[in-house]
Each structure stands twice: as C-alpha cells, then as structure tokens.
Write a protein that binds this ligand. Sequence first.
Ligand SMILES: Cc1cc2nc3c(=O)[nH]c(=O)nc-3n(C[C@H](O)[C@H](O)[C@H](O)COP(=O)(O)OP(=O)(O)OC[C@H]3O[C@@H](n4cnc5c(N)ncnc54)[C@H](O)[C@@H]3O)c2cc1C
Length: 295
Amino acid sequence: MPITHEFEFLRPSSLGDALSLLADRSGIKPLAGGTDLIVRLKNGQDTPSAVMDLKQLPELGGLAVKDGVLTIGAGVTFAELIESPLIRKHYPLLAEAAQTVASGGVRNRATLAGNIVSAVPSCDSATCLLVCDASVMAVSARGERAIPITEWFSGPRSTALQPDELVKCVRITLPEKKTGGCYVKLARYNGEDLAQAGVSVLVDSAKNYRVALSAVCPAPKRLRKTEIFLKGKRPTDKTLSEAVKLVALEVCAITDIRATVEYRAHMTGIMFKRCAAAAFARLEGKGPRYGEKLV
Ligand SMILES: Cc1cc2nc3c(=O)[nH]c(=O)nc-3n(C[C@H](O)[C@H](O)[C@H](O)COP(=O)(O)OP(=O)(O)OC[C@H]3O[C@@H](n4cnc5c(N)ncnc54)[C@H](O)[C@@H]3O)c2cc1C
C-alpha cells in the first residue's frame, strides 16, 4: 500500500537544528526506524505536515556505561541491544525482551525509543524498562528533562513526551546488588506477533522484587503490592500462589483482537509464576538461559 498523504521530508544535520524545527512549527513527526510510523502513514492514521528523519543525528546514537549509568541512545535498535556486550553484562533482561520483538529484519531498524514513543500497550521493551527503573531523557529547545519511566506511559499510544520534545536517550542506573531478571512474552504464534501479555521480574540479592506487566492493561504498569508482598521471600510454590492473587487484583485486563480479559488474566498468573521463579534462579546462577521460551 503506498503512502497517499503528502508531507515535507526534513533531514536536519544536528540535534540543535531538529529541536529548532520542532520549536518553530507544529505537525512534524520524527522518524527513527519507521517500523511503526511508516505503517501508520500508509494507513492514514498519522497525517503530519512533515516527517523529520532522525537517523543521521550522531547525538542520538550510542550505548555506553559511565559513572554507574547505562545510557541507550534514541537511535539504538533492538538488534544493537541484543548484540551489545554492555547489555548482556548488566541487563540481559533487556536483550531477552529485544529478542522477542518482531523478526530480524524489523529489529535491524526498530529502535527502543520508537518503541516507547509509540507506546502501544503490548510494547515489548516497556516492562523491562519499568523493572529497571529507567529514565527517559527528553530534549527540546527549552532544555533537557528526565522522565521516570513510571510516569512515561499514560495510556494507549499516550506518553509524557511533549510535541516539541525528542527522546534523546534512555538511562538506567546500574544496580548496586547482584540481580536476576526475566521477560516472558505470550503471543499467538512464533514470529512477528505482538504480545497478548508480557511480564518482567527483576530481583536482587536482598530479595527486593520489581514486577511489571504489559499488553494486559491499557498501559504497561508496575505491580507495587505484589512487589511488597514478595520482598525478602524466596519464590516457593506457596509464596507464588499467594502472590498471584495480588497480581490478579492489580491488573485491569483488557479484551482486544489478540485475547480476551479472561484468557489474559489466567495466563498472566502462569507467566508471572514462571517469570519470578526464573528470575530468582538466574540470580543464583541457575535457571533457564536468557532467551529460553517459558510459555
Ligand atoms: C511487522 C512488525 C512487527 C512488529 N512486532 C513488534 C513486536 O513484536 N513488539 C513490539 O514491541 N513492537 C513491534 N512492532 C512495532 C515497532 O516495530 C516498534 O514499536 C519499534 O520499536 C518502533 O521503533 P522505530 O524506530 O521503527 O520507530 P518509528 O516507526 O520511526 O517511530 C515510532 C514513533 O516514535 C516516534 N519517535 C521515534 N523516535 C523518536 C525520538 N527519538 N523522539 C521522539 N519521537 C520519536 C515517531 O514519531 C513515531 O511516533 C512491530 C512492527 C512491525 C511492522
């Protein structure tokens, strides 16, 4: 299907120029990998007056650890996340989630930043960023600000980003303690399918748990009551069976074309149990290898 809507194509050569363009006029859509935006342009779901290509901006690239903080540039693709030794060392959970996105061809183009800006409830990076307590660095001609990921998602396709802002990078403070993590994605089939449900668990050596869900509620969310209940506990069958009751209370499952409320609620419990058990086992140097399918 061709794009029938006409728009101006902008290709700024610096981040400063890009931000000036966004400050001076409305109706500009930033373009990263285009795996979400191009589909929406073709379908007529987005009709911007201009599309602004970000791929050539050096300020948005790169993945680095400095002063105990992991920085993932807005231009970093899922393929780069999977291959990064820094991600594998510090947050293999992120590589595990990236591996579930679409197919190799899409992952070569699709960026983490594009994923969280598109903010569909099923976005695969959301739960990992939530359990890692990431911050999104937004930049505009007015300056820079850090948006905690817990304040980022405000509903389906809705975020805290303002129209004149770009995502510059995502930052994650490296944990002080040893951690084990896990991301479990439920989809209808192997291959390019969006999640029916996504669960992440991150646990540290002091048995502090962080739990997040995506695709189950209108927006990805942390499950704080479940986290408090799990604190200090080993994930025995009994503990997880109790915790699942809290998970059920904390989710507000939705029905859509991919699954019903009932199926989501049921599967979320099973996924949470497996995810928590795997995260804890990995913390102890055991458990399934990262990337192994658990549902
Ligand atoms: C076949 C197919 C399968 C898919 N499967 C999955 C899947 O399994 N899991 C999943 O989560 N997603 C999936 N997606 C969705 C999509 O690939 C992801 O959301 C992707 O990460 C979007 O990144 P992008 O770089 O392509 O963004 P783009 O399409 O370029 O942009 C997406 C949105 O983000 C905005 N944007 C991009 N970069 C910035 C920035 N730096 N600052 C401000 N705004 C910005 C754009 O304006 C646009 O609104 C799939 C898509 C396709 C086509």
